[in-house]
Design a protein around this ligand. Sequence first.
Ligand code: SF4
Ligand code: SF4
Length: 222
Amino acid sequence: MIVADRKPLEEILESIKDFDKIVLMGCGGCVTICFSGGAKSVELLASQIKIARKKQGKEIEIIECTPERQCEFEYIDPCKEKFESVPVVLSIACGVGVQTMNERHPDTITIPGLNTKFMGYPVEHALWEERCAGCGNCLLEWTGGVCPIARCAKKLLNGPCGGSSDGKCEVDKEIDCVWQIIYDRLKKLNKLENLTAVRKPKDWRTSTSAGQRKVEFKEAML
Ligand code: SF4
Ligand code: SF4
């Protein structure tokens, strides 16, 4: 899932300081699961904004809505009545949701209330870790199902780097060296030979560094 974190309240207040009426739009998808953008988060943030603005002596009207997903036209279009009469929508969806709103409804500016972080999963209650960077050319089969692109600070394809110590990453001692994890995993799978061949540099043209990427599912057109 996509994991996102709410921007600091001060930053949000600054971004809406010129408005006395806004729509605060959440999303019922990934950001609901990671407690940053669901209906409850909308309610909480709306209260925080109202209290802060009251203290500033500049009250604000906030219209709340949380479509099932903010990244699809079908779900945001029914909310149109709520936001077409206001100049700004404060979105607490991921960056895709914010951009979907701006492309689909260009007469209203939609601004982000979240910082979109990564694709990950909860390793424990309310703690998410990055697991995929969407590199476009998955190599998990070769690494025993553990991703060095998302989890190695240097994104090494032939690790470890030499700085790994006691299973920890030299860049941050709080983080496990993913190449140690890959080694342990391949050992368990009797596939350590995967580490003997030098892996060629990745073709980063399939990744985010290539600019905008597209996926077309042709079968869906039939
Ligand atoms: S190798 Fe690429 S696609 Fe596969 S999990 Fe890692 S970042 Fe994601
Ligand atoms: S210590 Fe491990 S995780 Fe950290 S940069 Fe080196 S190889 Fe990557």
